[in-house]
Each structure stands twice: as structure tokens, then as C-alpha cells.
Design a protein around this ligand. Structure first.
Ligand code: SF4
Length: 359
């Protein structure tokens, strides 16, 4: 896909763009609603009518039936989820259409369907429940709903596992192996209860015996931002700041999660930081824009990024600029909105509504 902003929006000064966004918002009044993910740039978050993680924002999108136009400052799968949950009278826009999520793209439908064909021999729908992380394509959400499964986010993964295991014997978890594994351990499973399905290999690279025994089959996907962190970063941080509190996201590998003081969703991290007393040293293992914003929000706490050396930026979240937002708000009538095909939408909505019900 090719996307280029008209020159007028590329060369305008930040103050002018901000004024144009404010004016466009005022003109649109209650008919427009801007959702901003926590990982967005600070200048985008400033314009969010709601700011949150993907779970909170999908709930808000579902509840906000009055807003005719939803501008989702996040990545593609989030805008798709909002579109699936919105009413027919609402239209969803992604201000930068190139903002995708590499992790969501790791579970391609052809590979998923091929894997499911194999898993039919291990009980299929009768025994195995597909569970897809919010960070997945609409097509995968549709597949999940069609096969009796549901969506989870890092906020509600525990409740989703409980629901899954009360209804079926096994879970097939997409696409983030780390969130799936970390939630499995928290749920009380043992490492040997979980296997990773490598979609580039026959039979997922697993023996029939492994598939038969597994309680969770994890798709081999990951987030390159969160797999940056290592146990060594934790060790070094503790040596430097013996009183440090370390909080990380569950998309980090288990070796990191198990050494941290706490782990949880983006909202969990925000609350964790808020609760620490002034003067605390707090190291965070997640996306850098959120860490920087928390640093600005709590200048009385020493908040820093856990690795100290890598810059864990989500380049896709970072794509959306105030230039894009100004253009989108002023020209949305000529911009292609996010559209999920009706046949996919029906089952994807079932999977998302199940998620909203079990939280
Ligand atoms: S931080 Fe990772 S999972 Fe989240 S949008 Fe970026 S690439 Fe996807």
C-alpha cells in the first residue's frame, strides 16, 4: 500500500497542525471520537478523547454508539476491532493506514487453516478452543469465533483461560507465544503442558504424542518490541539500583517475566507506576513512548526503560503523527474507512463479544 500526505500537511508547522486538529474537532463536535493507544506519541495522546490499551479502547468503542466517526490512533488490528464492534451508523478511520502490527501478521490465515486441519485429528472443535490475542487480524478473529473461541488481551487473559478450560480440554493460542506461555504458567500449568506450533514446519514441528499431551498449543509469533528485553537486563538493573521495582509486559519472554517484580497489561503497568511512592526507582519493560509519558507524568519518580541500551519503540505505533491526524480529521469524507467484510465480521464480533462478557 502506498500512502503519502498532501504537501500542505507535510510542511505545516506543529502549532498550525495542532490548531487545525482543535478546530476540526470543535466543528465535528460529538460526532467525532478520537481513541489513542498508550503507545502513541505524546502529541497524539493529547488529542485522545479516550486513552488506553487495546482492551479498554475496544470497550469504549463498543459503548460509544453516539459517535458517528471514530478516529483510531493505534494500529490496524485495533481499528478493525473497533469497526467490528461499532454500529452500522459508525465509521472508523485509521489516521495512518500504514500502521500495522508485525505480530498480528505472523498468523496468516492459510497457515492457520492448515494447522487446524491437523488439529482436527486431535479433537478439533470438540476438544480444542482457539483463543486469539487482540493483536490479530479480523480474519483470525473470525476463525476464532467460528470455532467457538474468543479473543483475549493482556488485561483479561487469565479470565479467558478459565473460560477456555471450563469449556474445552485444550487451547490453541494465537499469535503471541509469550503472552500465551506466561498466562499458562500463571494459570498453574507446567512448561511441559505447552508446545509451540511452528507454522513453517510439517505438523508444526511437533510429534503426535506432543500434540496429544499438550494443554496449550502456542502459535509461534512474537512482538519484536517486547522480546528485546532479557533476564540480563533485570540482573544489571538490580545491581545498579538495589531498591528498584521492575514491571514488564507479558509479551516479554518468560525468563524476563519471572524475574520482574510484577507483570501485566499496559493499564496494569500504568497503575503499578502510579502506586509507587515518590522517589522510587522504577524500571519498565515495554514500549518507549509509554515509558517516556509516565516519566513526564510522575517527575517525582525515577522512571526508566529496563534495557537501558535498546530503544523499544513500536515503529508502527509511532507512524501516526499530528500531520496524519489533521489530514484525516479535515478530509475523512474522501478517505477510505476501515472495512471488515460482513462474513468475517459476524464471527469476529462473536469472538470479541465473548471476550467482553468474560472479563
Ligand atoms: S508493540 Fe508489538 S504487539 Fe504492539 S503493535 Fe507494536 S509490534 Fe504489535
Amino acid at each position: 500500500m502506498y500512502f503519502a500526505l498532501p504537501e500542505e500537511y507535510r510542511i505545516s508547522a506543529p502549532d498550525e497542525l495542532k490548531n487545525r486538529i482543535k478546530e476540526a474537532k470543535t466543528k465535528l463536535g460529538n460526532s467525532a471520537f478520537i481513541l489513542a493507544h498508550h503507545y502513541q506519541r505524546a502529541e497524539i495522546v493529547e488529542f485522545g478523547d479516550a486513552v488506553g490499551d487495546s482492551f479498554a479502547l475496544s470497550k469504549i468503542a463498543a459503548e460509544n454508539a453516539n459517535a458517528e466517526y471514530i478516529f483510531f490512533c493505534g494500529v490496524h488490528f485495533m481499528a478493525e476491532a473497533a469497526e467490528i464492534l461499532s454500529t452500522d451508523k459508525q465509521t472508523v478511520f485509521l489516521p495512518n493506514p500504514l500502521a500495522g502490527c508485525p505480530m498480528a501478521d505472523m498468523a496468516e490465515m492459510d497457515d492457520v487453516l492448515l494447522a487446524w486441519e491437523t488439529l482436527e485429528n486431535f479433537g478439533g472443535d470438540k476438544k480444542i478452543m482457539p483463543v486469539s490475542y487482540m493483536n490479530s487480524t479480523a480474519a483470525l478473529k473470525g476463525f476464532t469465533g467460528e470455532h467457538g473461541g474468543l479473543i483475549c488481551t493482556s488485561s483479561n487473559a487469565d479470565a479467558v483461560y478459565k473460560y477456555g478450560f471450563s469449556n474445552r480440554e485444550k487451547l490453541f493460542f494465537f499469535p503471541d507465544q509469550h503472552l500465551g506461555y506466561n498466562t499458562g504458567i500463571k494459570y498453574g500449568l507446567k512448561p511441559e503442558d505447552m508446545v509451540v506450533w511452528d507454522f513453517s514446519l510439517d505438523n508444526g514441528g511437533l510429534t503426535n504424542e506432543q500434540l496429544d499431551k499438550a494443554k496449550i498449543i502456542l502459535w509461534k509469533g512474537h512482538c519484536h518490541v517486547h522480546t528485546n528485553f532479557t533476564a540480563k537486563h533485570i540482573e544489571e538493573t538490580r545491581m545498579k539500583f538495589p531498591d528498584v521495582k521492575i514491571v514488564v509486559h507479558p509479551e516479554c519472554p518468560h525468563e524476563v517475566v519471572k524475574e520482574a517484580d510484577a507483570f501485566g497489561s499496559t493499564s496494569f503497568i500504568v497503575n503499578f507506576v502510579e502506586k509507587q511512592p515518590p522517589g522510587s526507582n522504577i524500571a519498565i519493560g515495554t514500549e518507549i513512548n509509554l515509558i517516556n509519558r509516565l516519566g513526564m507524568l510522575y517527575p517525582d519518580k525515577n522512571i526508566f526503560e529496563l534495557s537501558g541500551t535498546t530503544c523499544p519503540v513500536c515503529a508502527n505505533m509511532y507512524r501516526t503523527t499530528i500531520n496524519d491526524l489533521a489530514y484525516c480529521l479535515e478530509n475523512f469524507k474522501d478517505i477510505k474507512p476501515i472495512q471488515v467484510p460482513e462474513d468475517v465480521k459476524v464471527n469476529a464480533r462473536i469472538a470479541l463479544e465473548r471476550m467482553l462478557a468474560v472479563h
